[in-house]
Design a protein around this ligand. Structure first.
Ligand code: AKG
Ligand code: FE2
Length: 341
């Protein structure tokens, strides 16, 4: 990987946190903290979700999105943005960053709609936000698979929350108390073929620059490329986060930034034209400049709705005053989700 042209994120070995000596844990924790403090993104290897299971998730996703629209619409995302479940057709969602007034949102949607479709899944026993599944005869086995995959992601979430607490010198179970309700969101994303020139000119976006608004996110991505993170030293400059086989990308969300009083960074990121396009790699951008579809699977770790997110001990004091007002987790998430629909 060329450090000049990529974000050069470190690859953190999660196995070290599970079983290594205290000195090895300390050194991995220091490396993790350094990355989360500067850019808020790292790759995680030995994450514990077997590769065949990840491959299977991508193949279910591709099969679902290749269904005719009328079939996908049998599991429609409800009209309310906060009820983040089921299928959103292209153009339905527009991701923005901290824009809330209706006129501005409408004009951003018109200027550059998001060229993507998505399917959102939560825990099966959530009475407030029910899952919206396609009927079993439309996709036999889809629901069973993703209910299982969601549980596997939850195990990974547990391990990563422990690692982050360790690197902040907190008890390793510190953050678990805010996540007992498993209010997470597994999202299948498909960015259909798109004209590279239109994407480059900003006439359409795959997903525009934003921060993630929960605790943290981990993201599985295919090898099409296009994910970019803002360079912390050069605002407005975005660096590629290419796919590295066997790893998952971890990024800090707004709540960990708020809990840590800006020690951990919730960084702007987006999906644009893959860097290879400059060299017009034929398999990514064909002669007509058409980008292959991109598939990704983020898992957004949500904070339990009743939690008040406030600065944690050790992250504030007389020389580092609190930078954020306490906020109720559900209100903040609903506010940002509603702005996108
Ligand atoms: O598709 C991707 O790689 C990024 C998706 C993303 O940032 C999001 O859904 O919040
Ligand atoms: Fe994101």
């Amino acid at each position: 990987m060329n450090a000049q042209s990529t974000s050069a994120l470190p690859i953190i070995d999660l196995d070290v946190f599970r079983s290594a000596s205290p000195q090895e844990v300390k050194s991995a924790a220091d490396e993790l903290l350094a990355a989360l403090k500067t850019i808020g993104f790292v790759y995680i290897k030995n994450h514990g979700i077997p590769q065949p299971l990840v491959d299977e998730a991508f193949s279910w996703s591709a099969r679902f999105f290749s269904l005719p629209l009328s079939e996908k619409m049998k599991a429609p995302h409800p009209p309310e943005g906060w009820h983040h479940r089921g299928y959103s057709s292209p153009g339905r969602e527009k991701v923005t960053h901290q824009v809330f007034d209706q006129d501005s949102l409408a004009s951003l949607r018109q200027k550059a709609p998001d060229a993507k479709e998505s399917f959102d899944i939560g825990r099966e026993d959530d009475a407030r936000m029910r899952n919206v599944w396609p009927p079993e005869d439309v996709m036999p086995g889809f629901r069973g698979f993703f209910a299982k995959f969601y549980r596997r992601c939850f195990e990974l979430e547990d391990d990563i929350l422990s690692a982050i607490a360790t690197c902040l010198d907190l008890d390793s179970g510190y953050f678990h108390r805010f996540h007992a309700g498993r209010e997470n969101q597994l999202r299948l994303l498909c960015y259909p073929e798109v004209d590279a020139g239109r994407l480059q000119r900003g006439e359409v976006e795959r997903i525009g620059a934003h921060t993630d608004y929960g605790t943290m996110t981990f993201l599985f991505q295919d090898d099409v490329g296009g994910l970019e993170v803002e360079d912390p030293n050069n605002k407005g400059i975005f660096k590629p986060v290419p796919s590295i086989p066997g790893t998952v990308v971890l990024n800090i969300g707004d709540f960990l930034q708020r809990w840590s009083n800006d020690i951990l960074k919730s960084t702007m990121h987006r999906v644009g034209v893959p860097p290879e396009l400059a060299g017009a790699r034929r398999d990514t951008a064909g002669a007509a400049g058409v980008l292959r579809p991109r598939y990704s699977i983020p898992y957004f770790v949500g904070t339990d709705g009743h939690v008040t997110v406030d600065c944690i001990p050790g992250c504030y004091g007389p020389d580092r005053p609190k930078r954020y007002e306490p906020v109720n987790a559900r209100e903040y998430i609903d506010l940002r989700a509603n702005a996108a629909y």
